[in-house]
Write a protein that binds this ligand. Structure first.
Ligand SMILES: [Zn+2]
Length: 219
């Protein structure tokens, strides 16, 4: 599927609006502006443009919602992004903290032929290195929800399935703790009243904030 005439900026907005909705949040112009790192007035004018193009609409009390056409483009861009991240990590050995920025640039120029070749070469991966689901060629995407790490009870063990994408500094920190997808994690201590958590990974204990643990998906 090609996206003639749609600028990289438009594709990025559709992608971010999709991700806000997928997280179960309301896509307000403020939320979109924050995700895009722009002023609310730039976000507002872009939302108007998306509405004119029939890609999104501003629903009263529900925020901005993507149309079917807008959703399709968002999923296609997300598929490019996550496939590229998996390719860069698996084939070129780039770190979990380095793949996002590269994929953000390449996602807009990846041809459909190369997309199909990468998918085939990787054996049709279902998740990227951060554990985010990769939409398949038919743009179907796994929407199952994970538990968050902070929900584990003391003594309970689980496998890390997802870490947040995009913040390279945070990802380097998680990689240092080996708190990355595929690793087993054991909840040692969970302080009451929103206090910190102590987790064990690979035999080492680490104290982490509850706020960080909420961003890590386990199963
Ligand atoms: Zn990414």
């Amino acid at each position: 599927m090609s996206k003639p005439g749609l600028s990289a900026a438009i594709q990025d907005y559709l992608k971010e609006i999709y991700k806000i909705q997928a997280a179960g949040d309301r896509a307000t112009t403020t939320a979109i502006a924050r995700r895009m790192g722009v002023t609310p007035s730039s976000a507002t004018s872009m939302v108007k443009k998306l509405a004119v193009l029939g890609l999104a609409e501003h629903a009263p009390y529900r925020g901005i919602e993507l149309s079917d056409a807008g959703t399709k483009i968002a999923l296609e861009v997300i598929r490019h992004h996550r496939l590229l991240e998996q390719y860069l990590a698996e084939t070129l050995g780039l770190g979990i903290d380095a793949v996002h920025a590269e994929a953000d640039r390449l996602e807009h120029v990846l041809s459909e032929e190369l997309e199909a070749r990468i998918d085939e070469q990787l054996g049709y991966p279902t998740h990227d290195p951060h554990g985010d689901p990769i939409p398949d060629a038919g743009l179907n995407v796994d929407r199952s929800q994970l538990r968050s790490l902070d929900a584990l009870q003391p003594g309970e063990e689980a496998t890390v399935r997802r870490v947040p994408d995009g913040d390279a500094e945070l990802l380097r920190y998680l990689a240092e703790l080996t708190l990355v997808p595929g690793r087993r994690v054991l909840m040692r201590k969970s302080e009451p009243f929103g206090g910190p958590l102590t987790v064990a990974v690979d035999g080492s204990e680490h104290a982490i904030s509850r706020e960080l643990a909420e961003q890590i998906g386990v199963a």
